[in-house]
Design a protein around this ligand. Structure first.
Ligand SMILES: Cc1cc2nc3c(=O)[nH]c(=O)nc-3n(C[C@H](O)[C@H](O)[C@H](O)COP(=O)(O)OP(=O)(O)OC[C@H]3O[C@@H](n4cnc5c(N)ncnc54)[C@H](O)[C@@H]3O)c2cc1C
Length: 505
């Protein structure tokens, strides 16, 4: 192999890396992209769409949300603890990114919410020949970006793992990597963009940085290969480490993602208690899965239970579920019996794609329970019986008067009065880590003194500190939105740096 060199080397070809590659190549830079897997798109191949504001889809659907609204909302939500200039730039660019990818042949089904109270910002990618929402629809987008990058001459090296970023006199000069043949090589460059997707597949880093024990009190997706290599390379080079967080949600291991009707029914805003038998949440907010994940994380053993009975199931049979999500689209409980029988028989449904990424092994301890009495329920779940009795009495009282504890809206309070009980055990889950390195609004990587390391950029999950302590579920499509838009900014800025007076060869 001849000498490898490029203006820009990108480490990681996921959502942000492939976008950075196309953006840098459009500015006439020579680009090498190192991807240790066999495809581009990374975790985002499993997603459906991304965030934008003031797009033509929002105009067409009469969505009342301006860039100013989104900016104000974002900054209020994060208490101004995040980089306002970066947030502003991301929001400003987001609608043009929709048009940019459309120029590559990508279409959108339209713009959607995650839940009733969220904003309508999720631009769901259209799968060719279909008008139905599809899990993994976003993979089309990364195929198109890859084609664009290749047309522009980007050299994509698959099964190639970057191992070290090289620097001389404080400026980056190249990358060491191991190629598909197992050879250790070096490529020279003027600028490096790190886009390796965080450490969602690294339980040790999760424990060290966030305190969760994966598989015990956290059941997050583990997208193979996202083990924090990019962050470690950045920290080794003297980049400032920032506190990463989990893109939190919640799950019932072995049920969510496998038995959709059981799962969606047990995620309705019904009584939720902790192991002490106490309510700790206004269950009305359960459709904000981030807030629910946060609240569950605070409980003993980080476990929580929703409890319903036959009467509640019957009410859903008559009127349908209260909360419906666009992507799961479960409105009725017609498959309840079939799924319950399958779950309780231990058969476990055929693995439905995403579940394996939550659960290392398909077979999980029981997390869905049936019981004829409260005694039996508490014996099976470990919930404190006396306390649960008291909680249910209060809850049933609230059903006829008012919830004086957490002010839950009356229409969501369904009394629990005997019959067969059903309970689901929920744990914190998540899509992966967020953040870990300090960047500025050009996605330049900063040292602990707040000064940039010339030629060094980070984007996507590795650099995603814009949500503060909790992912903003109110503005749907935000992590992929940030990945794509930060990748685009990093690609542009890495080339601007090389073209600037600041750059000396
Ligand atoms: C099931 C699922 C559904 C999702 N749906 C949505 C959605 O609809 N909307 C939304 O906004 N977000 C969604 N997300 C989140 C979204 O996928 C991420 O925000 C996005 O993929 C982050 O992009 P990234 O470029 O930072 O990382 P990734 O896309 O994960 O890419 C990282 C890449 O780096 C490569 N890599 C790692 N280390 C190295 C190394 N040392 N050398 C070379 N290559 C390396 C990896 O192989 C990978 O290809 C979803 C996530 C999951 C798991």
């Amino acid at each position: 192999m001849g000498k490898l060199e490029a203006d820009v080397i990108i480490i990681g070809g996921g959502a942000s890396g492939i976008t950075a590659a196309a953006a840098a190549a459009e500015k006439d830079a020579s680009v090498i992209l190192l991807e240790k897997g066999s495809t581009t798109g990374g975790a985002a191949n499993m997603g459906m769409g991304f965030f934008a504001v003031e797009s033509k889809y929002q105009k067409a659907q009469m969505v009342d949300l301006t860039k100013e609204d989104a900016f104000r909302f974002f900054m209020e939500y994060t208490h101004w603890r995040t980089d306002a200039r970066l947030v502003r730039r991301y929001i400003e660019q987001s609608a043009s990114t929709i048009e940019w990818v459309e120029s590559m042949g990508i279409g959108f089904l339209g713009v959607y919410k995650y839940f009733e109270k969220s904003k309508q910002t999720w631009h769901v990618v259209k799968t060719q020949g279909s008008n139905a929402p599809a899990e993994r629809a976003a993979s089309n987008l990364f195929r198109a970006l890859t084609e664009r990058a290749e047309e522009l001459g980007v050299k994509i090296m698959y099964q190639t793992k970057a191992t070290k970023i090289l620097a001389e006199n404080g400026r980056v000069t190249g990358v060491e990597f191991v190629n598909a043949d197992g050879e250790s090589l070096t490529a020279e460059c003027n600028s490096v963009i790190v886009a390796t997707g965080g450490f969602g597949d690294n339980p040790k880093m999760i424990a060290e940085n966030m305190g969760y024990q994966w598989g015990k009190d956290l059941h997050s997706f583990r997208i193979p290969g996202l083990v924090g290599e990019g962050l470690k390379m950045l920290w080794d080079l003297g980049a400032e480490k920032t506190a990463p967080v989990m893109e939190l949600t919640y799950t019932t291991p072995g049920v969510t993602d496998v038995y959709k009707t059981l799962s969606e029914t047990m995620r309705q805003p019904n009584l939720m208690v902790n192991l002490d038998g106490k309510r700790f949440i206004n269950e009305e907010i359960m459709n904000n899965t981030v807030f629910t994940g946060n609240a569950i994380s605070r409980q003993r053993e980080r476990a929580a239970f929703t409890i319903i009975n036959d009467e509640i199931l019957d009410s859903y049979r008559k009127t349908g579920l209260d909360y419906i999500t666009f992507h799961h689209n479960i409105k009725q409980v017609d498959k309840w019996e079939k799924e319950l029988e399958s779950y309780l028989s231990g058969a476990q449904a055929e693995e439905s794609g995403l579940s394996m990424l939550h659960n290392e092994e398909q077979k999980q301890p029981d997390n869905l329970f049936t019981a004829e009495t409260l005694e039996e329920l508490c014996e099976k779940t470990g919930i404190d019986l006396e306390s649960l009795r008291k909680t249910i009495a209060e809850y049933n009282e609230a059903a006829v008067s008012a919830d004086n504890l957490f002010f839950k809206q009356h229409r969501y309070i369904k009394a629990l009065k005997g019959g067969t009980y059903y309970a689901a055990r929920h744990y914190p889950a998540g899509y992966g880590s967020l953040g870990g390195v300090a960047v500025n609004d050009k996605l330049e990587v900063l040292n602990p003194g707040g000064k940039k390391i010339p030629g060094l950029y980070a984007c996507g999950t590795d650099a995603c500190g814009i949500f503060g302590d909790s992912y903003c579920f109110y503005l749907p499509g935000n992590t992929m939105g940030f990945a794509i838009n930060s990748g685009r900014i990093a690609g542009i800025e890495a080339v601007n740096y090389i073209d600037s007076d600041e750059f000396v060869e």
